[in-house]
Design a protein around this ligand. Structure first.
Ligand code: PMV
Length: 299
């Protein structure tokens, strides 16, 4: 039997613009998906106490298919316990895939180093989603605060992170939001390219501020980033409400995280309880999280 866990992630800066060649900063957060695998008489998948039919869904099916290139797998009992909100832009599918791959490689003695786990998990996400940036799977595998595309680690922030969940179901929307932004760019390249460019610039400035642990400065740039995401058309009424509630409660800054169109916001603060209260009063679900310094690990 092997049990592994992998963390979810938020974007501090740069989502959407990263698809168009600009840098982004993502951060692994201490919300984990734990996966236990053990050989059994027949294959079954139990997720947060409930049995999953259809081979456990596309991420599990495709992960098993890829592992079958290395060995013949016996029937398996797979147990998933996840703290990550599903399909909310916090990287639940990446964490599941990464933790499952690691657990399988340990259980069956397949040598896979962390870069291979990240690359293989990215392949699974591409098969399932059609297109996926390597960010989620890389950050979930390696942990910490990471600038992409360089995949360089930055020092962890001193302040606290509060996630505000507005609506679920955004996971299925990532593709739609990415293509909506691409369509906007095709229609108005002279308007939209400077927005991507500004996001790239604020991300580069943000990297310097993260290195200086200047949470006030990082928060100001997150606010600008949120305005630019709004300009790209990925905001919703509820996301805006939560962003403003977090700022009104004293956050250094708050923004949409991930694809938008629903999902979550992220806020930086020294007073997480106050910001969480503000988010909850505005109708969201607040989750106070630590940065996950460690990525995938055996439990
Ligand atoms: O909502 P998420 O966590 O899937 O993030 C999407 C981030 C985008 O930049 C919009 C797309 C991508 O693949 O980088």
């Amino acid at each position: 039997m092997a049990t592994c866990s992998a963390p979810g992630k938020i974007y501090l800066f740069g989502e959407h613009a990263v698809v168009h060649g600009e840098p982004a900063v993502a951060c692994a957060v201490e919300l984990r998906t734990r996966v236990t695998v053990l050989p059994a008489k027949s294959t079954s998948v139990i997720s947060n106490g409930k049995p999953l039919g259809f081979g456990g869904g596309p991420y599990i099916e495709n992960t098993l298919k890829i592992m079958e290139k290395f060995l013949v797998l016996p029937p398996l009992s797979i147990r998933i316990d996840s703290e990550i909100p599903i399909a909310a832009g916090i990287g639940s599918s990446a964490a599941l895939t990464v933790a499952l791959l690691r657990a399988l490689s340990i259980e069956f003695g397949v040598k896979m180093d962390l870069s291979m786990i990240a690359a293989t998990a990215h392949r699974v996400e591409r098969v399932v989603q059609g297109a996926a940036s390597p960010t989620d799977t890389f950050v979930s595998t390696m942990g910490g605060v990471v600038v992409v595309p360089e995949r360089r680690h930055l020092s962890p922030l001193g302040c606290k992170i509060v996630i505000g969940e507005a609506e679920r179901g955004v996971g299925e929307k990532t593709r739609e939001m990415v293509s909506r932004v691409a369509e906007l760019r095709e229609t108005y390249p002279d308007v939209v390219d400077p927005i991507f460019n500004a996001i790239g610039r604020l991300t580069r400035n943000g990297v310097r501020l993260i290195e200086d642990d200047d949470c006030k400065g990082i928060g100001r740039l997150m606010n600008i980033n949120d305005g630019l995401l709004e300009a790209l058309g990925v905001g919703t009424t509820m996301l805006s409400r939560l962003v403003h509630a977090a700022r009104d409660a004293g956050a250094f800054g708050a923004k949409i995280t991930g694809a938008g169109g629903g999902g979550c916001i992220v806020a930086l603060t020294d007073d997480p309880q106050e910001v969480a209260r503000g988010i909850e009063d505005a109708g969201g679900r607040a989750i106070v999280v630590e940065i996950a310094r460690e990525g995938v690990r055996e439990e």
